[in-house]
Design a protein around this ligand. Structure first.
Ligand code: HEC
Length: 110
């Protein structure tokens, strides 16, 4: 692959592991997808790691670290969603526990 041969020269990245197709989401993941579409999609791509207003979230849990360098785990990601970070608003008073856990379940499929 041409991309691989110039990897070191231009910093071309290997492809991200694929997300679970939307058609295969469980009911909980599907509810989380709806939360993502209404609260997160205006600032984050789910199907890319390119930035929109915030970093792209594809393969979020499949990499050891978040863009900030914090570990990519439920504790940290839940914290960022509840309390915000930098230019990202807090969603703690907007989302109830059920919406939050549905959203986390969806983020695991990316
Ligand atoms: C108004 C735009 C905006 C919205 C809406 C938004 N974010 Fe963000 N998000 C950002 C920005 C900007 C950053 C980068 C923050 C920083 O590192 O300073 C970010 C960072 C993140 C990170 C990475 C945190 C880290 O430690 O690197 C995650 C995960 C994330 N957002 C998830 C979400 C989820 C899930 C939602 C929906 C509930 C959401 N965001 C809604 C703008 C947004």
């Amino acid at each position: 692959m041409a991309c691989a041969s110039v990897l070191l020269l231009v910093g071309c990245k290997p492809p991200l592991p694929p997300s679970k197709p939307l058609s295969e989401l469980t009911p909980q993941e599907n509810s989380g997808y709806a939360v993502f579409q209404s609260r997160c999609a205006r600032c984050h791509y789910a199907n890319s790691d390119s930035g929109l207003r915030g970093p792209g979230l594809q393969a979020l849990y499949k990499q050891p670290y978040l863009p900030s360098g914090a570990p990519a785990n439920d504790d940290r990601i839940t914290y960022v969603i509840r309390y915000g970070r930098g230019m990202m608003p807090a969603f703690g008073s907007d989302l109830d526990e059920r919406q939050l856990s549905n959203l986390i379940a969806y983020l695991h499929t990316l």
